[in-house]
Design a protein around this ligand. Sequence first.
Ligand code: PRP
Length: 216
Amino acid sequence: MEYLTVALAKGRLAELSIDIFEQIGLDCAEMREKSRKLIFTDEKNKIKFFLVKASDVPVYVEYGAADIGIVGRDTILEEGRNLYEVLDLGFGACYMAVAAKSGFKQDDLSNKNLVRVASKYPAIAKDFFHTVKGQNVEIIKLNGSVELAPLVGLSDVIVDIVESGKTLVENGMEVIEKVCDLSARLVVNRVSMKVERDRIMNIVAGMKGIIEKERD
Ligand code: PRP
C-alpha cells in the first residue's frame, strides 16, 4: 500500500489537527516529539505527515506532493489553488475584515479617489474591493504587523484577520466591514480524491465525527 500524505500548516493548526488524528486512531507519536524533522510517519496506517508553512499547504496539495492538507481558509482564498475543500474543521475560527483608525467614516472610503489598502492578503483584499464592492483601490502588500499601516499614513485601511479584536483595540482601530468567516479546512488533491477516495473519505468521516461530538 502506498503512503497517504498529509501536509499540515505548522503551529496551532497542526497541533489541533494532531489532537483529532489521535482520536481517530492515527499514530502521531513521532510528531509529538519536539524535533526539527519535517516528515513524520505512521507506519501502522501508512500515512506520512509533512509540516509546512501555512501558505505552502495548498501548493503541496495542488501538485499532489500531499494528498491531503489542513490549512486556514484565509490561505486557501489567498492562494486560489486548484483543489477540493472537503471539510470545515471549525477550529481556528476568526474572520477577515476591513479595518481603519477609530472614527474613520464609510464615506471616507467612497469619496476618496484612490483608497490605499494594506494587507498580508492582497488577493483577498483585491477581490473584495474590486469584485464585490466594485471599487478601484491601491493594494499594498505587507508581511505582518499590518495594523501599523494606517497609524503611520502608509494606508487608509487594512484587510486583515480579526480573532479576539485585541490588536485593533490596542492600536486605536476598529472594524469597518466584515469580509468573510475563516476557520481551518481540510483540502484534498483532485487526483487523490479519485485514486485514494476510500482512505481519504475514511479520515474525513472520522474527523467529522470527532468535531461534531465536540460541538455537542
Ligand atoms: C494576526 C492578524 C492580526 C491579529 C489578530 O496577526 O494578522 O494582526 O493576529 O488577532 P486578534 O484579533 O486576536 O488581536 P499575527 O499574530 O499572525 O501577526 P502578524 O500581524 O505579525 O502577522
